[in-house]
Design a protein around this ligand. Structure first.
Ligand code: GLC
Ligand code: CA
Length: 535
């Protein structure tokens, strides 16, 4: 496939910005679009190619923007449409791409569509949402749950029917069986695709919870989960009728066909499913679905070399012919990489993410090695934590503000301002300023890796082979033409002698060993990952 025409989203690296936490420009303690614009040079210097920005649409912020009240505007917290136009113009002027987060599964309960829909049983938009009569005893229509805890049904007094919400009661699910709903969402997508200088618009979408889009027409009960032992209530049933329905694929294809009317746009889907199911979202052998169904397996798999080796093999083997892989190690819904696997292994993970075959997506702050923030009970913001406290489901820790400079509030907002979430407690060690000044920092490692990935066709476009593991060390090869690179990643805390093909060290996640000759093996330090160019 190396001789196919290459596309920007295949060769490039995506950087996720959680806008509330990236940069505040007006001193309210919450990040905004102007803030993002003021930090674009940082992204260029870092060496990423595309920016995915989490939602900034008008929203009551019940789920911090994932509850959209208007698909074609900007919330005043984040700015105005003119700020967006300036942002996209400056992103494109720097040769970067912009991917929008789009939330098609549900709206806010404040969206005019829902206000109409709930107003009467005969309203023309009644069928835009999932309304059902109460059961004969007045209780919920069936056992469908909410991902944020409890039942997924809320009774609306106005009309005496229940509506379904996969998430909060403030996030009613749209009825994707209804063609008017589809048309309305597709019109909103076109709005952004055509916006910007010369109608160039956004370069793609990250579609929120795309595998949940459509639900069983007959509202059948989900089967109980035999493996459930308490904890989050969502886990008590198997989502047989509320997730991954066959008809979802029709919708994904429609979205893809829409994007294909514009040059070089990308459709990314947020999908938490096992590999065999995940890869069906590429849209069959013709690849008419999402170009990149997000691959979260490195988040979901235990950080052990044999498991990761098997995972890479399974994923590569499961991909339909010609499908382009992708890898993710963190996002705004998951505990920080450095907290999950520790600071030392987070460096190994950086090497893995940026040397695997397929598009990497970085989450803002992971390039600094930021850990989770500690959130005191009275500082909790996330509804996932508020509705199911103490289960560790809260997402505030990974949404703590970016760390820029060594002054009060780390340059995220003006001094004296209360930030919407606390900074990580030992933040001065993680600022861009500190990590630019000091030697051997995570930021320097990311910059080096991003430079190397861009410079080396074997890394951004080559094949992957010889994936194997021994003594906790993960190995694989990347090859394009005569360029052959071999990765050795020590996932253990002990030094290890490891066999290697002959060549020389290009990069190490530890001490500077670039240029070191490799004969038939090398000594890896504890927690060290090394890239060797084979001769
Ligand atoms: C996705 C988002 C998450 C949000 C949920 C509901 O999983 O990533 O942040 O809460 O959808 O929209
Ligand atoms: Ca602000």
């Amino acid at each position: 496939m190396a001789n196919d025409p290459r596309l920007w989203w295949q060769d490039g690296v995506i950087y996720q910005i959680y806008p509330r936490s990236f940069q505040d420009s007006n001193g309210d303690g919450i990040g905004d679009l102007e803030g993002i614009r003021s930090r674009l040079d940082y992204l260029v210097e870092l060496g990423v190619d595309a920016v995915w920005v989490s939602p900034f649409y008008p929203s009551p912020m019940a789920d911090f923007g994932y509850d959209v009240a208007n698909y074609t505007d900007v919330d005043p917290i984040f700015g105005i449409l003119a700020d967006f136009d300036r942002l996209i113009a400056e992103i494109h002027a720097r040769g970067l791409k912009l991917i929008l987060d789009f939330v098609p599964n549900h709206t806010s309960n404040q969206h005019p569509w829902f206000l109409e829909s709930r107003s009467s049983r005969t309203n023309p938009k009644r069928d835009w949402y999932l309304w059902q009569n109460p059961a004969s005893d007045g209780s919920v229509p069936n056992n469908w749950m909410s991902n944020f805890g409890g039942l997924g049904w809320t009774l609306d007094d106005t009309t005496g029917q229940y509506y379904y919400h996969s998430f909060l009661p403030g996030q009613p699910d749209l009825n994707w069986w209804n063609p008017e709903v589809r048309a309305a969402i597709y019109a909103a997508m076109r709005f952004w695709l055509g916006r910007g200088a010369k109608g160039r618009g956004v370069d793609g979408f990250r579609m929120d919870v795309i595998w949940l889009l459509i639900k069983d027409k007959h509202f059948r009960n989900n089967p109980p989960n035999p493996d459930w032992h308490g904890g989050d209530s969502m886990g008590s049933v198997l989502p047989k009728y509320t997730a991954n329905q066959p008809e979802t694929h029709t919708i994904v294809r429609e979205m893809r066909a829409l994007l294909d009317e514009y040059p070089e746009r990308v459709l990314i889907g947020e999908i938490y499913l096992p590999i065999e199911e995940l890869v069906t979202y590429y849209g069959g052998p013709e690849l008419k679905g999402a170009q990149m169904p997000f691959n979260f397996q490195l988040i979901l798999t235990a950080w052990e070399a044999p498991l990761i080796a098997r995972l890479i093999q399974q994923y590569e083997a499961a991909l339909p012919a010609g499908a382009w892989p992708n890898w993710v190690v963190g996002n705004h819904d998951q505990h920080r990489l450095a907290t999950r696997i520790g600071a030392a292994q987070a460096r190994v993970a950086a090497v893995l993410l940026l040397t695997l075959r397929g598009t990497p997506t970085l989450y803002n702050g992971d390039e600094l090695g930021m850990p989770d923030a500690r959130i005191a009970p009275d500082e909790v913001q996330d509804p996932a934590e508020k509705r199911q406290p103490g289960l560790g489901l809260g997402r505030d820790p990974e949404r703590s503000p970016m760390l820029w400079e060594n002054r009060e509030n780390a340059g995220f907002t003006a001094p004296g301002v209360k930030t919407w979430l606390p900074l990580v407690w030992d933040w001065p060690g993680f600022t861009v300023e500190t990590e630019t000044a000091d030697a051997g920092t995570m930021l320097k490692l990311y910059r080096e890796l991003l430079r190397l990935r861009r410079a080396r066709p074997a890394l951004h476009a080559g094949s992957v082979s010889d994936v194997h593991e021994g003594n906790g060390v993960l190995h694989f090869m990347r090859t394009l033409g005569s360029e052959r690179l071999q990765m050795h990643l020590n996932l253990t805390g002990n030094s290890q002698w490891t066999p290697s093909l002959e060549g020389q060290v290009l990069l190490s996640s530890g001490l500077d060993r670039a240029g070191e000759a490799v004969r038939n093996g090398l000594e890896l330090h504890a927690n060290e990952a090394v890239v060797v160019e084979l001769s």
